[in-house]
Design a protein around this ligand. Structure first.
Ligand SMILES: Cc1ncc(COP(=O)(O)O)c(C=O)c1O
Length: 404
């Protein structure tokens, strides 16, 4: 599919802001949604709306079939061994909280939790809460001078013993890609449970949890052209089955009496209450949409575009890039001289250019980089060379405005 035809499927991209055509470079925060996703959700509410798993009537049976079909799609999409290994959550944050809560009984004051220094707060705070409950120790896996995991330091930490290793697949700030397959194998050899935060990877690379060998892999629908309100917790069956449920109530039970409750089997045991049915349907449409794209060509185009973005920023001068490598995915982090990142963002916005500025929910990473915050431009399947050119031109004019 040609880029113009692809872009035409994302209605939100067709607007102007303050007289400028929208230049959307904030896909890492949330991607725009194709018409197919909007249609699938509208059609669910219009034609199939009923609660799932509950009623004996046909509408509910149809809603349940559509909902459960998405579980199969997700299973195939990430190559999970069993459909019960796919748990619908409300997003990455909820999924990590479910794991961190669920492991409480398996962790104690002798346990160590290793966390990627570039992790998003969603992959830090739930572990801190787990450590508070259990007395476990948290250790940050340091980064090297290039913003990548310091592998020798990681090996040394593992050799001291680790119960859990929580890592990024791709950094939401810099776009750096962790060698997760190797890191997982090393963590497993040290006896640790592994969780990979795939929120920024899932839209940019094929993910095969079977090959990766991780215990848990989590991501959000809204960063992969699907709706907000839905995410995935993948876990190896034996690991998921051992998690204590964070949420309890309807649907996750087998029997209830005032004396005691017994829990349902997976996946229901970890899906209490009415799920985000329409959002799950939207996620299914997003997976279909991604799966229909020519995979190799799309990946190549995105990689070239990111390289072009890095080069153009470097050529502009007085721009500091953080952890910019050729094999990064999706995002570029930068500052313009010592201008405040927020000022840069606001001035770009006045020209219709949408980027993200701040600490990007990664304050420990900001500390590692020795900065308070930065700007981030991020791309998706619909981003064009023209978008990058417009952004860099706008940044040049911001630079002239601030420096002259
Ligand atoms: C790497 C990473 N992890 C976790 C999250 C949290 O995702 P959500 O807000 O969808 O739960 C994000 C969102 O920006 C992210 O980029």
């Amino acid at each position: 599919m040609q880029l113009l035809a692809l872009r035409a499927q994302f209605p939100a991209l067709e607007q102007t802001l303050a007289g400028y055509p929208l230049c959307y470079l904030d896909t890492a925060a949330t991607s725009q949604k194709p018409q197919a996703v909007l249609d699938a959700m509208a059609s669910f509410y219009r034609d199939d709306n009923a609660n799932v798993h509950r009623a004996a009537h046909q509408l509910s049976a149809r809603a349940t079939a559509n909902y459960e079909q998405v579980r199969d799609k997700v299973q195939a999409f990430i190559n999970a061994a069993k459909r019960q290994e796919i748990i619908f959550t409300h997003g990455t944050t909820e999924a990590i909280n479910m794991v961190a809560w669920g492991l409480t009984e398996q962790i104690d004051h002798t346990s160590t939790i290793l966390i990627d220094s570039a992790a998003h707060h969603a992959n830090i705070v739930p572990w801190q809460q787990l450590a508070k409950r259990t007395g476990a120790k948290i250790i940050a896996i340091p980064l090297d001078a290039n913003g990548r995991i310091d592998q020798p330091a990681y090996q040394a930490l593992l050799s001291n013993g680790a119960s859990i290793v929580a890592m990024n697949h791709v950094s939401n700030v810099m776009g750096t890609v962790n060698p997760v397959k190797e890191m997982i194998a090393q963590a497993k050899a040290a006896g640790a449970i592994t969780l990979v935060d795939g929120a920024q990877a899932i839209a940019h690379m094929p993910v095969n949890v079977n090959t990766l060998g991780c215990d848990f892999y989590v991501f959000s629908g809204h960063k992969m052209y699907g709706p907000t309100g839905v995410g995935i917790l993948y876990g190896q069956f034996e690991q998921l089955d051992k998690l204590s449920p964070l949420l309890t109530g309807g649907e996750m039970i087998d029997t209830v009496s005032f004396e005691m409750t017994t829990f349902n089997t997976l996946p229901n045991r970890l899906e209490a209450g009415t799920p985000a049915i329409a959002d799950v349907i939207g996620l299914g449409a997003a997976i279909d949409f991604i799966a229909a794209l020519p995979q190799a060509a799309t990946k190549k185009r995105e990689a070239e575009l990111l390289k072009y973005l890095q080069q153009q920023l470097q050529q502009l001068g007085q721009v500091t890039l953080y952890g910019a490598h050729q094999d990064n995915l999706g995002a570029v982090a930068f500052n313009l001289a010592d201008e405040h990142h927020q000022d840069v963002g606001i001035l770009l916005d006045q020209q219709g250019v949408a980027i993200r500025c701040g600490h990007h929910c990664a304050m420990p990473l900001m500390q590692s980089l020795g900065i308070k915050g930065c700007c981030r431009a991020s791309i998706g399947i619909y981003t064009s060379v023209e978008d990058i050119d417009r952004f860099v031109e706008a940044l040049a004019s911001v630079k002239a405005m601030l420096f002259d």
